[in-house]
Design a protein around this ligand. Structure first.
Ligand SMILES: [Zn+2]
Length: 188
């Protein structure tokens, strides 16, 4: 099955990822430098594939669930190393998911500043007695800037609605005048 130099590189990649120091892509780049030709997609598949610790995946059929059986081939890595890597992959996946969730929960995050200290507001959710509460808050604990997300988003929305078309046109025309002036200045 897997040729020896490749097998060594795959084991090396599992070892590096298991240290927890590097991302999947960092390990892939390091492995590619050691001359394992591998796309992003395939490298991801390698780290998830139990075949390297001697376990063969039998695909699910309409009658049977997915099955894992011990192969007769010599494993490249130990089962404990494989499991350690799977746990790390799972926790990295969770981190990524929660980051994405934060992004969609707080659409104004990074766009609005704290009225007290003018730092950019970030968002987080805390568990109350009965439900979760989401807040936009200051990045530093020294500042008391903290606002309920629904309250802030509603006021932002009504502010946007107040910006009328004439105001917008005014803004645009003064903006383009400025642009023209600066272009004229550049020419002279
Ligand atoms: Zn603040």
């Amino acid at each position: 099955m897997i040729k020896q130099p490749q097998a060594d590189l795959i084991k090396w990649a599992f070892d590096q990822f298991a240290t927890g120091t590097y991302s999947i892509n960092q390990v892939r780049m390091m492995t590619v430098q050691k001359e394992l030709q591998c796309s992003k997609n395939n490298f991801w598949k390698i780290l998830h594939n139990p075949i390297y610790c001697g376990i063969i995946t039998v695909k699910a059929t309409k009658d049977e669930d997915i099955q894992y059986v011990k192969g007769i081939h010599k494993p490249i890595i130990s089962e404990s190393l494989y499991r350690k890597v799977q746990l790390l992959l799972k926790s990295k996946r969770k981190q990524r998911e929660s980051k994405l969730q934060t992004k969609s929960l707080f659409p104004l995050r990074g766009f609005i500043t704290c009225p007290f200290c003018e730092r950019t507001l970030t968002g987080s959710t805390s568990q109350g007695k009965h439900k979760k509460y989401s807040y936009y808050h200051c990045n530093t604990s020294k500042c008391k800037g903290r606002f309920r997300n629904d309250f802030l988003e509603k006021s932002y929305e009504s502010l946007l609605k107040k910006i009328t078309l004439p105001m917008y046109m005014n803004f645009l025309s003064s903006f383009s005048k400025m642009k023209i002036y600066s272009q004229l200045e550049e020419k002279h």
